[in-house]
Design a binder for this molecule. Structure first.
Ligand code: CMC
Length: 423
C-alpha cells in the first residue's frame, strides 16, 4: 500500500494513500491525531475529502462531470429526469420495467396529505418559497415517520411530493387556487401544470418548456460534496431522518453563493438594466477589492476551466429562447456582454472565473416565465435525487460515524469570572 510520510515534532509517521477509481489520490489522516496530537486545518474544506463515494465524479480542471460513470453530456442528451433519479439513487440505469414502476410510484405519491394544505395558509404572501419548501419537507416527517415506513417509500414520497409543495407555494404567493397533480402527466409536465394551470381553463404543457425543465433538473441532479450535499450528510450522520436531513440541505442551497445565485443573477442583471445598462461599471466593481460586489453566476470552487453544465445550458439557451420568443429580452443582451467580458478580461481569465450553471439557468428559467423567487426551488427539485442518493449511501455505510470536525481554538485563555458590579 502506498503511504505518505509526515514529519512532525521530529518524528516521521507513514499515512496511507487512498486512490479513487479515477486516479484521485488522498492521504488518509484517520490516525493523525491519535499518533501525533495534531489535527489538520482547512477552512472551507478546499483540500478535505469528507467521504468516499460511488455516485458522482467531477474533474474540475478538465470540466468533467459524470453521474455513476455516465458523462453529463450523454445524460443531458438522452435521459429523462426520472431515469436520472433512479440512476443516482440505486446506482444503475433502470430497465424498462423498473423505469415504468418507478415512474408510476412517483406519479401516485404526488398528492399532499390534505391537512398539509392548511400550512400554506399560515405563511405571509411574501414568504420565500425556499423557506416554505424547507419547512414542508421537514413536516413530511410528521406524516411519514421513519420508523413506521420503509425507506424506499419515503424516498419516493419526497421526490413525488416536493414538486407539489413547490408549485403550491407559488400558487399561494399569487393568490391562485392550488392545482392538483394529474396522473396522466410525466414528472416535469405535472410540475409545470401545477404551476401554470388554473381551474377555469384548459392548459396544455408546451413541449419546449417540458424539455427545458427536464434538462435543467438533470443538470442540477448531483454535484458530489458541495455545501448543501455536505449539509445533508452532516445532518444525516446524526441519524436524523431523511426528511429532516434534506430540509437542512434545502436551507444550505438557499444561500446566494450556492443555489441562491440563480435568483441573484437575474436581480443583478435587472439592477444593471435599471441603472442604464452600463455593465462595464459592474465589472469594474466586481474587480474592485474595496467593494464586496461580485458578479453573480461567475466562478466555481471546483471548475477551473469551464462548467460543463453551463456549456450545455448555453447551447440550449439560444435554441429555447428562440422557440419561446424571448430574443428581445434586454437582460439577455446584458448577460451576453458580461459573459464576453469574463472570457476576455484579465481579472477573470487569471482567476479562471467563468459563467457557472446558475448564470445560464437563471436566464432560462426567466425565459420559461418561472418567477425569479422560484429559481432556487427549481434547483432544489433537481438536486433532490442527488441528496437522497448521498444520504442513502452514507446511511448504508457500516463504517459511517457522526460527522464531528475539530477546531483550533483562538479565544481567551483561562481567566477568572468577573462579578456583574465590577464589569
Ligand atoms: N466576481 C468577482 N470576483 C470573484 C467572483 C465573482 N463572482 N468569484 C470569485 N472571485 C474572485 C475572488 O474575489 C478571489 O479573488 P482574489 O484571489 O483576488 O482574492 C478569486 O476570485 C477566488 O475566489 P474565491 O472566493 O476564493 O473562490 P471560492 O472557491 O471560495 O468561491 C464561489 C466560489 C462560487 C462561491 C465564488 O466564485 C462566488 O461567490 N461566485 C458568485 C456566486 C455564484 O455564482 N455561486 C454559484 C456557484 S455554481 C452553483 C453551485 O454549485 O452552487
Amino acid at each position: 500500500m502506498a503511504t505518505a510520510k509526515l514529519s512532525v515534532d521530529g518524528r516521521d509517521i507513514d499515512l496511507p494513500v487512498v486512490e479513487g477509481s479515477e486516479g484521485e489520490k488522498a492521504i488518509d489522516i484517520t490516525s493523525l491525531r491519535k499518533e501525533t496530537g495534531y489535527i489538520t486545518l482547512d477552512p472551507g474544506y478546499g483540500n478535505t475529502g469528507s467521504c468516499t463515494s460511488d455516485i458522482t465524479f467531477i474533474n474540475g480542471e478538465e470540466g468533467v462531470l459524470r453521474y455513476r460513470g455516465y458523462p453529463i453530456e450523454q445524460i443531458a442528451e438522452k435521459a429523462d429526469f426520472v431515469e436520472v433519479c433512479y440512476l443516482l439513487i440505486f446506482g444503475s440505469l433502470p430497465n424498462a420495467d423498473q423505469l415504468a414502476e418507478f415512474k408510476q410510484e412517483l406519479t401516485y405519491h404526488s398528492l399532499l396529505h390534505e391537512d398539509m394544505k392548511k400550512f400554506f395558509e399560515g405563511y405571509p404572501p411574501t414568504a420565500h418559497p425556499m423557506a416554505i419548501l424547507s419547512s414542508m419537507v421537514a413536516s413530511l416527517s410528521t406524516y411519514y415517520p421513519e420508523d413506521e415506513a420503509d425507506l424506499h417509500l419515503n424516498m419516493v414520497r419526497l421526490l413525488a411530493k416536493a414538486k407539489t409543495i413547490a408549485a403550491f407555494s407559488y400558487k399561494k404567493t399569487i393568490g391562485q387556487p392550488f392545482i392538483y397533480p394529474k396522473n396522466d402527466l410525466d414528472y416535469c409536465s405535472n410540475f409545470l401544470h401545477m404551476m401554470f394551470a388554473v381551474p377555469s381553463e384548459p392548459y396544455a404543457v408546451p413541449e419546449v418548456l417540458r424539455d427545458a425543465l427536464n434538462l435543467l433538473l438533470i443538470l442540477h441532479a448531483d454535484h458530489e460534496q458541495n455545501c448543501s450535499t455536505s449539509t445533508v450528510r452532516m445532518v444525516g450522520s446524526s441519524q436524523a431522518n431523511l426528511f429532516a436531513s434534506i430540509a437542512a440541505g434545502v436551507c444550505a442551497l438557499w444561500g446566494p453563493l450556492h443555489g441562491g445565485a440563480n435568483q441573484r443573477v437575474i436581480e443583478m442583471l435587472e439592477m444593471i438594466r435599471d441603472d442604464g445598462g452600463d455593465y462595464q461599471k459592474y465589472v469594474d466593481m466586481a474587480k474592485d477589492k474595496d467593494s464586496d460586489f461580485k458578479l453573480m453566476g461567475f466562478g466555481h470552487r471546483v471548475y477551473k476551466n469551464f462548467d460543463p453544465r453551463a456549456r450545455i445550458l448555453k447551447r440550449t439557451a439560444d435554441r429555447v429562447l428562440e422557440q419561446l420568443g424571448h430574443r428581445k429580452d434586454s437582460l439577455i443582451d446584458i448577460a451576453r456582454n458580461l459573459e464576453q467580458v469574463a472570457l476576455e478580461d484579465e481579472y477573470f481569465v487569471e482567476r479562471k472565473l467563468y459563467p457557472n450553471v446558475d448564470f445560464y439557468s437563471g436566464i432560462l428559467y426567466r425565459a420559461m416565465e418561472i418567477p425569479t423567487q422560484m429559481f432556487t426551488v427549481m434547483f432544489a427539485l433537481g438536486r433532490l435525487p442527488g441528496w437522497i442518493a448521498q444520504w442513502r449511501e452514507m446511511r448504508s455505510d457500516p463504517g459511517a460515524r457522526i460527522n464531528r470536525p475539530r477546531q483550533v481554538y483562538t479565544g481567551a485563555t483561562e481567566r477568572d469570572w468577573v462579578a456583574l458590579d465590577q464589569r
